[in-house]
Design a protein around this ligand. Sequence first.
Ligand code: ADP
Ligand code: MG
Length: 339
Amino acid sequence: MARDRNGYRHRVPNPLDTLKALGDQLRAQIGEELDFEALRRQEPARPLEDLLAELDALPGLESVKEQVRALVAFLRVQARRKESGLPEVATTQHLVFLGNPGTGKTTVARLLAQMYRSMGLLKRGQLVEVDRAGLVGQYVGMTAIKTERVIRKAIDGVLFIDEAYALARESDRLDFGDEAIETLLKRMEDNRHRLVVIVAGYPRLMHRFLDSNPGLRSRFSREIDFPDYSTADLVEIFSQFATESSYRFGEGAEDALRSIFAGAERDESFGNARFARTLFEQALNAQALRLGQGDVDTLTHAELAVLTPQDLLAGARALGEEPLPPQPERSSWFGRKPR
Ligand SMILES: Nc1ncnc2c1ncn2[C@@H]1O[C@H](COP(=O)(O)OP(=O)(O)O)[C@@H](O)[C@H]1O
Ligand SMILES: [Mg+2]
């Protein structure tokens, strides 16, 4: 105990406690952006060729692959030019991904982030994915703080803003989305060489969003379109899910699958590859129910691996789809719903 000027006794604070409290406070403030552990743990950059091969192996996405290859070529040439002392071309490196849900936007963004890293353009190449709720606060002043924090996390990597149009205000009502956009634009400028921002969402809404703010429009000039997957793409994507988990198609299963995808309602909420994934999960449930009717202990390797047309159709029905009769590939016009 010690006495202060007025003669009151106080417990002298332990300097170690003070240091610890200071440390906690610092960690609370900067901990999220300075993840030293994560930095140390980071694996070496994957070669660009590997990443391009992984992109190539994704079913469908032909136009996306072409556009990514063109972007990569451009960036490599620019990097080379810089190395040989030529001036930098003033272009924006930020991107717009236009497409419905489940068309592969996040998947491709994650690969692209690693490509930036392996080209030496971004030091870490992590992907930080947020939506409106991750950027916008509920009180005055909170939004700038939240947005800044997210940006610090994304520095030296890619910030992926899903459904970015939700940041634009709908009416004249005060909306903190504007504050997020302003903060974002400012930080993008300050960190020109350390941050790539990708804004993603439904094409129609994204165009309206970009056109709502000249600052946005000028910084996001490069757009990549993610078309909906074709029936054949979805069959291939589903087959990949199956192969990855050691399932295989029984007799007629592929035709059943084709008929399910061909017959599914194709509006903006269709879900694309996400639909393929939930259908896969439902088919596994249906298979388990079917197998569970017999003696599970005596099931063979082959029986455990096979998905039958019935499993797939039951899975589709669980998702509210009323599939058409199985569709052989060649007579694809036959039995199709008129649309
Ligand atoms: N071409 C593809 N091949 C295999 N799986 C895919 C493909 N595209 C998307 N997926 C899978 O579908 C799901 C949704 O994809 P995602 O990239 O998140 O789409 P989006 O971001 O456009 O909504 C993920 O599970 C992803 O792995
Ligand atoms: Mg996504």
